[in-house]
Write a protein that binds this ligand. Structure first.
Ligand code: IVH
Length: 660
C-alpha cells in the first residue's frame, strides 16, 4: 500500500470512530495533523487525489440549480398507524396474508429528517438523491458528501449498491444553528427537520458542511431491490460497511413486542439526541415482504407507528417583556396553559420584534405551539386572530427600571441601556456564577434575588466582598450553606481567563469567542487596549463582535467592575498562542473558487495557523486573492484593485515556511 493509501485508511478509520461510532481515539489536533500530511502529499502529486479521499468532502463552487434524476426504484412512503388498535389491525392483515408462516418484525425508530438515496459503485459514493416526488429526486451529491457519517468509501465486498436512509440534524446542532442565526438577525428554523432540509437543499455545499448533519441508513438495495434475504441482515451489513445505523432497533416476535418497543421509545423520546416521530415496523424476511406486496401507495409489509405531534393549540393571553443580562428585551408569550406531550406549557419566548412580525402574532390570538428539538416550546403559527387582539409594541422604556431602550441598526434586539438595571443585575450575577462560567456552588436564582434585594451586591465584583455574617444573615440561609457559597466564590478566583471573559456578559461574546480572545490576546488588559481592527485579528471576531466589546469597555462602570475583579484576584492572563512570528503575519487573504486540493476551510485554517488572516471580501486591504477554478466576481474585483492573485500552488510554499 502506498503512503497516501495508508494515510487515507487511517484517516477513514478515525473518521468512522468519531462520526459513526462516537468513540474518537484521536484528539482534534492529531486528526488535523494526519489530514495535513495527506493534503501535503496530494499537493505534491495531484495525480494521487481520488474523489473519495477524505480531503475531498467539500469542494466545488456553488451551483446554479439542482438536477432531477430518476431513482433506481421508487422511494415510497409508509402507511401510518396512529394508535395501538391500528397497529394491531396492521398485524392482523399481515398474519392473514402470510397464513401460518412464522415471521418476525424489525422495529426501528422513525427519524424525523429527510430521506436520501446514496448510490455507490466501486465502493465509492457516486450520487446522492433526495426523495423528491418518489420517482425522481434532486441530485444533492456535493452537499451529501459533506455529511461526515455518510462514507465516501465503504468497506466490505459489495462494490455496487444503494443505501437509503434519513438525514437528520441532531438537536444540539439545531440549537446552535438557531442561536447563531438569531445573532445574525436571520429567522430561526422551526424544527430540526426543516433545518436539515434547509441545510441539504442549498446550492453552496460549504453551507451544508457547517451544519453537522448526520445520515442513518435503513435500506440496502442492489439494482433497486433489497440486497439481503432479510432486513435485519441488511442493517448489519450497512453497519459493517461503515454506515451509521440506528442502534435502537429490535427483532420482534409478535405485535406485543412491537408495541412494547413503541412504548419504550415514546418514554425516551425527550432524551434522544435527535427528533423521532414514531417507530417503523417492517416484516423482516424479504421473501415474505414480496409475498405481502404493495397496495397502490404503500408496502403491506411495513407501517409507521406515529407518535402524537408535540403540538397544541392555545391562546396568547398577553405578551410581556423579559430583561436579560445584556439588557436584551425579549418578548414572551403568556399562554393559556396547555399540555404538549405530557408537559404543561404556559410561556413561550417570541425572541424579538422581527419574529413577532414574521408570525403576525398578537395577544388574544389562537396559536399552534410545538416542542421540537428544543426543550423550550415555540409558537409556530397563528391559527385564528383574536377578537379583541392587542398588537405588540416594543416599549421605548425598560419595563423594569424605566431607562431608555435602543435597537442599534442592523440588530434584531432592543436593549435596556442602564447597566445597573435590577433585572440586568440579577441576570448578570446568575450568569457569572453559573456552572460553565465561574461555577459558584449554591449561588442560584433565589440567592441572587435575595442579595440584590438586600442591597448587598450591585455588580458581580461585590460577590468578592461578601462576608459570612452577611450571607448567613439572609433568610433560609444557615452557616453551612453560607460557607459553601464563600468556598465557591474563593474557588472562582482560580478559574481560567476565558471563563472570566465569558462571565463579564459582553453582548455577543460567548464561550467560543471568549476562548479565541484569551488565546489571541493573552490578557484582559490587551483586549481592553485593542481597537476594532486589532480585535478583529482574533479568530471569528468580526466587526459586530469587535464593536460590542468596544462599547462594553467604553462604559466606565464596566471597567470599574473589571478593576475590582482584578483586585479580588481573578485570573486575568492566559497562555497566548503567538502567531505574529508566522510567515503570513500581517497579511490578509481572500479565497475564491475551487482550489485543487484544499477545501476552503482547510485553506483558511492553514493560513491562520501561519499567522495570516482570511477575510470574506476583497478590499484595498486585501494582500492576496487565492483563486481556484470557477473564481467569480472576487477575481474581477481583485484584478480591478490591482491585488496580487495566487494559485494554491503558490500559496502552499508560503505556508510551508512555517516549519522552517
Ligand atoms: S422505511 C417504503 N425506515 O419516514 C418504505 N423510513 O413514510 C420507506 N423514515 O419517507 C421508508 N426513519 O423518510 C423507513 N427507519 C426508517 C425511517 C423511515 C425515518 C422516514 C422516511 C420515509 C418516512 C416513512
Amino acid at each position: 500500500m502506498s503512503k497516501v493509501e495508508q494515510l487515507i485508511d487511517k484517516i477513514r478509520h478515525h473518521e468512522y470512530l468519531y462520526h459513526v461510532l462516537d468513540q474518537p481515539q484521536l484528539s482534534d489536533a492529531e486528526y488535523d495533523a494526519l489530514m495535513r500530511e495527506l493534503q501535503a502529499l496530494e499537493h505534491a502529486d495531484p495525480s494521487l487525489i481520488t474523489p473519495d479521499s477524505p480531503t475531498q468532502r467539500v469542494g466545488g463552487a456553488p451551483r446554479e440549480g439542482f438536477v432531477k434524476l430518476r431513482h433506481s426504484s421508487p422511494m415510497l412512503s409508509l402507511d401510518n398507524a396512529l394508535n395501538e388498535a391500528e397497529l394491531r389491525a396492521f398485524d392482523q392483515r399481515v398474519r392473514d396474508l402470510l397464513g401460518d408462516e412464522p415471521f418476525q418484525y424489525v422495529a426501528e425508530l422513525k427519524l424525523d429528517g429527510l430521506s436520501l438515496a446514496a448510490q455507490y459503485s466501486d465502493r465509492s459514493l457516486q450520487l446522492a438523491l433526495t426523495r423528491g416526488d418518489g420517482a425522481e429526486g434532486e441530485d444533492v451529491t456535493p452537499n451529501a458528501r459533506t455529511i461526515r457519517s455518510l462514507p465516501l468509501k465503504v468497506r466490505g465486498d459489495r462494490p455496487q449498491f444503494e443505501a437509503r436512509g434519513e438525514v437528520v440534524m441532531p438537536n444540539a446542532a439545531f440549537q446552535k444553528l438557531n442561536a447563531d442565526r438569531e445573532q445574525e438577525g436571520l429567522p430561526r428554523y422551526a424544527n430540526p427537520r426543516n433545518s436539515s432540509a434547509g441545510s441539504l437543499r442549498v446550492l453552496d455545499p460549504s453551507i451544508t458542511a457547517n451544519r453537522q448533519l448526520d445520515f442513518y441508513a435503513y435500506f440496502l438495495l442492489a439494482d433497486g431491490r433489497p440486497a439481503c434475504p432479510s432486513h435485519w441482515q441488511s442493517l448489519d451489513e450497512l453497519a459493517a460497511m461503515g454506515f451509521k445505523v440506528n442502534p435502537a432497533r429490535q427483532l420482534c416476535a409478535n405485535v406485543d413486542e412491537l408495541i412494547a418497543f413503541c412504548q419504550r421509545y415514546a418514554a425516551q423520546r425527550e432524551t434522544l439526541p435527535f427528533e423521532i416521530d414514531g417507530v417503523v415496523a417492517k416484516v423482516d424476511s424479504i421473501p415474505q415482504q414480496q409475498k405481502l406486496g404493495w397496495t397502490a401507495k404503500f408496502p403491506r409489509w411495513a407501517i409507521a407507528f406515529k407518535y402524537p405531534a408535540r403540538q397544541a393549540e392555545t391562546v396568547v393571553e398577553k405578551i410581556d417583556i423579559q430583561v436579560g443580562r445584556t439588557g436584551a428585551l425579549t418578548p414572551v408569550a403568556h399562554l393559556r396553559p396547555v399540555a404538549v406531550s405530557g408537559v404543561i406549557v404556559s410561556r413561550s419566548t417570541l425572541h424579538n420584534e422581527d419574529e413577532i412580525a414574521r408570525l403576525g402574532v398578537a395577544a388574544g390570538d389562537c396559536v399552534v405551539i410545538e416542542r421540537s428539538g428544543d426543550v423550550i416550546p415555540k409558537v409556530i403559527r397563528v391559527v385564528r386572530q383574536g377578537d379583541p387582539r392587542t398588537p405588540f409594541v416594543m416599549p421605548a422604556e425598560c419595563p423594569v427600571c424605566g431607562s431608555s431602550v435602543s435597537r442599534p441598526e442592523g440588530e434584531v434586539v432592543s436593549r435596556c441601556l442602564n447597566s445597573s438595571c435590577p433585572a440586568r443585575l440579577k441576570e448578570s450575577i446568575a450568569h457569572f456564577a453559573a456552572r460553565p462560567l465561574l461555577d459558584i456552588a449554591g449561588l442560584g436564582d433565589v440567592l441572587v434575588e435575595q442579595l440584590v434585594k438586600a442591597n448587598l451586591v450591585h455588580s458581580v465584583a461585590d460577590l468578592y466582598d461578601l462576608t459570612l455574617e452577611q450571607l448567613a444573615g439572609l433568610e433560609r440561609m444557615g452557616t453551612k450553606s453560607a460557607e459553601r457559597v464563600l468556598t465557591g466564590i474563593a474557588r472562582s478566583k482560580t478559574l481560567p481567563l476565558p471563563r472570566v471573559i465569558n462571565g463579564l456578559g459582553i453582548p455577543f461574546v460567548g464561550e467560543r469567542t471568549a476562548q479565541f480572545l484569551a488565546e489571541h490576546f493573552g490578557s484582559l488588559d490587551a483586549i481592553h487596549q485593542s481597537d476594532e481592527a486589532q480585535l478583529m485579528q482574533a479568530e471569528e471576531v468580526g466587526p459586530k463582535i469587535a464593536q460590542s466589546i468596544l462599547r462594553w469597555f467604553a462604559e466606565e462602570r464596566n471597567w470599574a467592575v473589571v478593576e475590582r475583579l482584578r483586585a479580588a484576584g481573578l485570573v486575568f492572563t492566559h497562555q497566548k498562542i503567538d502567531r505574529s512570528g508566522g510567515p503570513l503575519a500581517g497579511l490578509t487573504f481572500v479565497l475564491t473558487g475551487t482550489l485543487p486540493t484544499l477545501s476552503r476551510e482547510a485553506a483558511k485554517e492553514q493560513i491562520e495557523a501561519a499567522g495570516g488572516k482570511v477575510s470574506g471580501s476583497v478590499s484595498k486591504k486585501t494582500s492576496y486573492l487565492v483563486a481556484g477554478e470557477d473564481a467569480g466576481s472576487k477575481l474581477d474585483k481583485a484584478t480591478q484593485l490591482g491585488i496580487k492573485i495566487l494559485s494554491e500552488a503558490k500559496l502552499l510554499p508560503m505556508l510551508a515556511k512555517l516549519e522552517a
